[in-house]
Design a protein around this ligand. Structure first.
Ligand code: PLP
Ligand code: COI
Length: 363
């Protein structure tokens, strides 16, 4: 299949939700519960390659109980947003980076790659069809969830010979309820997320399934999110269940854990590194130990910490909790660098500031 954009043509059958009902759903949408009228679909088979690409009415799927994804979890996904621009149009943000990461995940999970331009076009075409679903509210956006799963009906353990690629869209506001000023973290000491040689750098559903028990433990301890340590030494901070993490020091420098194979290479992480370097901030991608984090927070050497990702944007970390006790970072709320970098990033995404790196992609 070549990259003819018509391949993601809009099927004429879709009936949009009446505007009044759509507007009602867009009031305080939260995260991941409000879905749009359409979805993108394409199919892969070993015989035909990619085929049947289209934008169609969003509907339920009929899945055979022996579909291999249900048994062996051969599934990958992405997350990116379409942002409303000051002139009312919509723009994607670095979508080609999501396309590349999708293909790195596909390689790791022994799945077929999707040509980058098809990935990007599927997102563009879906946003064009569902543009009215982008919330008007401050910080609201259309969250796109491209995903691919093994659809061969077969119980043998092997890479599937058939796959379904889809993109669904969700109107979203804040990821954290109430747009919390700062989140609390729980350090998982018993469970790890990913080991060297495993799938930590891939965005596959299995990684998230494996993180849920630790996330439940975090919630049970009254915390918002789990933070994982490395699987070998149980010492180095890796990332949160669905976000990367940054540390801001009192001397003005910033560090973040390196992408050495066990964490997701976040596109927000990469964008923030770029923006900080543009400002002349000293930035290090280096391992940082949990004990050091606690000592630095208590001595005042560490001033701020924040989590970042497409869904979470930039979220200050207020307290860190573990079975051994808790510590507070800075004032326990948003620090100045965290606030500034969030503003700089979102100003570019929402078209309120110049875009020196060409990250914004009008439809
Ligand atoms: N780490 C994990 C485990 C994630 O799920 C995400 C979210 O996609 C991120 C980091 C941040 O990645 P990005 O900034 O590309 O959204
Ligand atoms: C994203 O930020 O896109 C993610 O996939 C993270 C998830 C917690 C929603």
């Amino acid at each position: 299949m070549n990259a003819d954009p018509q391949l993601f043509a809009l099927e004429p059958t879709a009936t949009p939700l009446p505007a009044s009902e759509r507007q009602a759903r867009l009031v305080d949408p939260g995260f991941g519960r409000v879905f749009t009228d359409h979805m993108a679909v394409a199919r892969w088979s070993d015989e035909r390659g990619w085929h049947d690409a289209r934008i169609t009415a969003r509907t339920t799927l009929t899945v055979d109980p022996a579909s291999s994804v249900l048994h062996y979890a051969q599934e990958i996904f992405e997350g990116l947003k379409a942002y409303r621009q000051p002139d009312g149009s919509a723009a994607l943000f670095r979508a080609e980076q999501n396309a590349r990461r999708f293909n790195r995940s596909a390689q790791r999970l022994a799945m077929p790659e999707l040509p980058e331009e098809l990935f990007v076009e599927s997102c563009r075409a879906l946003v064009r069809a569902d543009r009215d679903w982008i919330p008007e509210s401050e910080g609201g956006a259309l969250y796109l969830r491209p995903f691919m799963f093994a659809s061969e009906v077969f119980l043998g353990v092997k890479p599937s010979s058939e796959y379904l690629y889809m993109v669904i869209a969700s109107s979203v506001g804040n990821y954290f309820k109430g747009g919390a000023p700062a989140v609390s973290l729980w350090v998982s000491q018993e469970y790890t997320r990913a080991a060297p040689g495993g799938t930590g750098a891939a965005k596959c559903g299995g990684n998230y399934a494996a993180s849920l028990l630790a996330q439940s433990e975090a919630i049970r301890h009254g915390c918002d999110q789990v933070v994982f340590l490395d699987a070998v030494e149980r010492r180095w901070i890796e990332e949160l269940g669905g976000m990367n993490v940054f540390f801001v020091f009192a001397d003005g420098s910033v560090s973040t854990p390196p992408t050495s194979g066990t964490i997701l290479a976040g596109i927000t992480r990469d964008s923030i590194l770029r923006l900080l370097r543009d400002e002349g901030v000293a930035v290090r991608e280096e391992p940082y130990a949990f004990d050091q984090w606690r000592d630095d927070a208590q001595s005042g050497r560490l001033a701020e910490s924040f989590a970042c990702g497409t869904a979470a944007v930039v979220t200050p970390i207020g307290t860190v909790n573990s079975p051994e006790g808790s510590f507070t970072i800075g004032s326990g709320g948003a620090g100045p660098l965290t606030g500034r970098i969030k503003q700089r990033l979102t100003d570019i995404q929402f078209g309120r500031a110049p875009d020196p790196h060409g990250w914004r992609q009008p439809l």
